[in-house]
Ligand binder design. Structure first.
Ligand SMILES: Nc1ncnc2c1ncn2[C@@H]1O[C@H](COP(=O)(O)OP(=O)(O)OP(=O)(O)O)[C@@H](O)[C@H]1O
Ligand SMILES: [Mg+2]
Length: 281
């Protein structure tokens, strides 16, 4: 198993107050082949959950087991080794770019892992290619490229550390619709080409419905749904999840009700169009 949580609780303790951000979390995530979307209201614990997944945070109670090893938080070296296997791309990762060139920035992670320069450069170039950053951009300053490109460079930086699982915290936030789609396609290609487990936090239910196979819904620091996407949107409790239905499904239901169009579960607009063409033949 890639990631396992057993009754995990996380409590933020500051000087004069403590806050239970997560409680009673049980989770199992396979090391290969999953595409998981995490959604839920703001403050529901999504970012806290993924920081626990890559060992950045230590559970206040319960166990976090990564690749069958309970994270030994006292052993920094081991923790770093485990963290390398679960790559986490933070929200607005472009704020963390700092090197002179795009290439150097992407090489930073592998170099830090004591990988030799030649190999680090190969990994960086391979990751840049995987996220659609062309050779021409590699020698530019990371501050002189577009916002969407910056974000892809930041993702390449995490990919270059060859994590087995890749987690992205709101990767599409703040990008225009085209940039969002391009980025989700890039992420999906990484998933498909290596069968890599991908975990994406997003408030955009259309994007999650299109790409995720499994969806986790967070509410008040607890998991309120964890299962197949198909089952989420047919769930009788759906109204309790504070979510919207995907646009494609809303239109499908409308057409079905108003003009008797044969119903099909469709999770993106292209599938809806294809279905409509099919039934109109
Ligand atoms: N460093 C911190 N100290 C104290 N409380 C915190 C800290 N970080 C987060 N919290 C609290 O923990 C709860 C969960 O935060 P978290 O960032 O995990 O939510 P989220 O679901 O990612 O929200 P968003 O959708 O806004 O990103 C929130 O109520 C938040 O205020
Ligand atoms: Mg968050």
């Amino acid at each position: 198993m890639g990631i396992q949580f057993k009754n995990v609780k996380y409590n933020y303790k500051n000087m004069n107050h403590s806050y239970n951000a997560l409680e009673k979390v049980f989770l199992s995530i396979k090391s290969k082949g999953e595409f998981i979307g995490i959604c839920g209201e703001t403050g529901s614990g999504k970012s806290t959950l993924v920081q626990l997944m890559n060992g950045l945070l230590e559970p206040t109670e319960g166990k976090s087991i990564i690749f069958n090893t309970e994270i030994p938080f006292k052993n920094k070296k081991m923790v770093n080794k485990i963290r390398q296997k679960v790559g986490l791309v933070f929200q607005f990762p472009e704020y963390q770019l700092f090197e002179e060139t795009v290439l150097k920035d992407i090489m930073f992670g592998p170099t830090n892992l004591k990988i030799n320069e030649k190999k680090a450069m190969d990994l960086a170039k391979k990751s840049a290619k995987a996220v659609g950053i062309g050779e021409k951009l590699l020698n530019k300053s990371p501050f002189k490229i577009s916002g969407g490109e910056m974000r892809r460079v930041a993702i390449a930086g995490v990919l270059a550390m060859t994590p087995e699982i890749l987690i992205l915290d709101e990767p599409t936030r703040g990008l225009d619709p085209e940039g969002q789609n391009t980025l989700m396609k890039v992420i999906n290609d990484i998933h498909l080409s290596e069968n890599k487990t991908i975990i994406v936090i997003s408030h955009d239910i259309d994007l999650l419905a299109k790409y995720a196979k499994r969806i986790i819904v967070m509410k008040n620091g607890k998991i309120s749904y964890d299962g197949r996407k198909e089952d989420l949107f047919q769930n009788k409790e759906f109204n309790n999840f504070s979510l919207e239905y995907p646009t494609s499904l809303k239109i499908m239901r409308f057409l079905n009700k108003k003009i008797n169009t044969p119903f099909k579960d469709v999770y993106d607009i292209d599938s809806l169009f294809n279905h409509l063409i099919e039934v109109s033949k």
